[in-house]
Design a binder for this molecule. Structure first.
Ligand SMILES: NC(=O)c1ccc[n+]([C@@H]2O[C@H](COP(=O)([O-])OP(=O)(O)OC[C@H]3O[C@@H](n4cnc5c(N)ncnc54)[C@H](O)[C@@H]3O)[C@@H](O)[C@H]2O)c1
Length: 421
């Protein structure tokens, strides 16, 4: 069968990382795609991605600056890795042009923008997949299998606590701007997805959110050029061009209580302004035991605490005899029944992005399922904003209120700027 003509739209850090994922899939002999276009209004970024593609895929995609120019290349699917602010305009236009689209998280910059994408996908009948990578981590697959097998009984409480960051810039300036996707959306939306991945639909949220660090510092701009956060090592050249210090307008910490429809509760701390002891904790406590889960994409081990024992080895697999990773994940990570893995971060990163491409390819070619569709992606955006909206409203909010845009005081200025109000 002919390869699916694909374009990457948005050739910054994540665009490059997606390309590495595509190459990972191709090298494993599993790619159904032909990368024909690299699209970015910043031409130098598109050229950089095309150069990398030539090296890694053996073929240079055409460099273009707009979706219009992709028409001539016979594109069938686009991978939208622009900054979140442009997800809805690019995705809507792509769907209207009849293309399938994979869109990086957060699916839209606000709940309204996300709802717009969801509606556009429904109208078009085309595939809309949200590139949510954390849940695809083999360790999260195993954690979920253990939970579903009832190994810890009925889940009662999830603890998700992350603290760190100080006053350093997280990757880029836009991640600290309210109208461009603050860090509580950029990072928090992954954790929102993880909460529902493990424990099902969220019912309501009460949160206090803060902007602790109104000035952020970018050490990469200094003489030492040392980056404070540079996942997969792709961001350095852009970070050197960013200001050494700048004003942050987006909140950087949420402290929340989350109630699931099941009756389970999550205690949630996401603090990107921590100066003291850093923290990573993800635990799920049930009626018969608890699971201690490792940080996403680390490959570290899960620990089961039960009956006075702690199990943190291959015998966890005995508890889930039916557990098998999806075929593409198994092929790339080296086994269908993993209880840990060890790869350098950039390799883990590209394997998970390859898995997303693999799913998209099967969906286009064979009507295979999309795990994180526009509806689920929008729920994660709504859950992240529910924390910010709850803090502003001073009360607990239901997901229904936020999803239906009945409560959007926090987001309204962003929607206005986007022309969506
Ligand atoms: N899943 C993950 O682990 C992960 C990690 C990092 C980023 N992301 C997501 O990927 C997306 C991109 O983030 P990034 O770190 O690459 O940002 P970035 O700033 O490095 O790159 C964004 C690129 O998009 C381009 N762009 C802007 N508007 C465009 C348009 N209309 N058409 C085409 N290109 C356009 C910019 O010129 C830039 O090259 C964001 O949604 C972010 O949340 C996901």
């Amino acid at each position: 069968m002919d390869k699916i003509p694909l374009a990457i739209v948005g050739c910054g850090g994540m665009g490059h990382r997606h390309l590495y994922g595509l190459a990972e899939l191709q090298n494993a002999g599993l790619s159904p795609f032909d990368l024909v276009g690299a699209c970015d209004p910043v031409r130098a970024n598109a050229e950089s991605l095309a150069d990398d593609a030539e090296e890694r895929l053996g073929k240079r995609p055409q460099v273009v600056e707009s979706l219009e120019e992709l028409e001539a290349l016979g594109v069938v699917a686009v991978d939208v890795t622009t900054t979140p602010r442009y997800h809805h305009t690019v995705a809507e236009e792509a769907l209207e042009r009849g293309w399938h689209a994979m869109v990086e998280k957060p699916v839209g910059l606000t709940v309204r923008a996300s709802n717009r994408i969801r509606q556009a996908a429904e109208r078009s009948g085309r595939i809309l997949s949200v590139a949510e990578n954390y849940r695809r981590d083999p360790m999260n697959r195993l954690g979920k299998a253990l939970l579903d097998a009832g190994v810890i009984g009925a889940p009662r409480l999830m603890i998700h606590n992350t603290i760190g960051g100080g006053s350093h810039m997280t990757i880029s300036v836009w991640r600290h701007q309210k109208n461009e996707s603050g860090v509580l959306l950029d990072v928090g939306v992954h954790f929102a997805d993880i909460l529902e991945f493990y424990l099902g639909p969220v019912h309501s949220v009460y949160a206090q959110s803060r902007l602790h660090e109104p000035i952020r510092y970018n050490p990469a701009a200094g003489p030492a050029g040392q980056s404070s956060s540079n996942p997969a090592g792709v961001y350095g050249k852009w970070q050197k061009q960013m200001p050494a210090e700048f004003e942050a307008t987006a909140e950087d910490a949420s402290y929340a209580t989350v109630l699931f429809e099941s009756g389970a509760v999550a205690q949630y701390i996401e603090d990107h302004a921590g100066h003291g002891q850093g923290m990573w904790t993800r635990q799920i406590h049930g009626s018969e035991g608890s699971l201690e889960l490792p940080s996403d994409r680390s490959g570290q081990l899960i620990t089961l605490h039960k009956d006075g024992e702690s199990i943190c080895d291959a015998s966890l697999l005995d508890l889930v005899p039916d557990f098998h990773l999806e075929p593409v994940t198994a092929a790339l990570f080296g086994g269908g029944r993993l209880w840990g893995y060890q790869f350098p971060f950039p390799e883990t990163d590209r394997k998970l992005l390859a898995v997303e491409y693999g799913e998209l390819g099967l969906a286009i070619e064979d009507g295979g399922p999309i795990e994180v569709d526009a509806t689920q992606g929008t729920r994660s955006v709504a859950l992240s904003y529910a924390m910010l909206e709850s803090s502003q409203a001073g009360r607990a909010l239901t997901m229904e209120e936020v999803l239906a845009e009945k409560v959007n005081a926090y987001q309204s200025e962003i929607d206005q700027e986007l022309g969506l109000a």
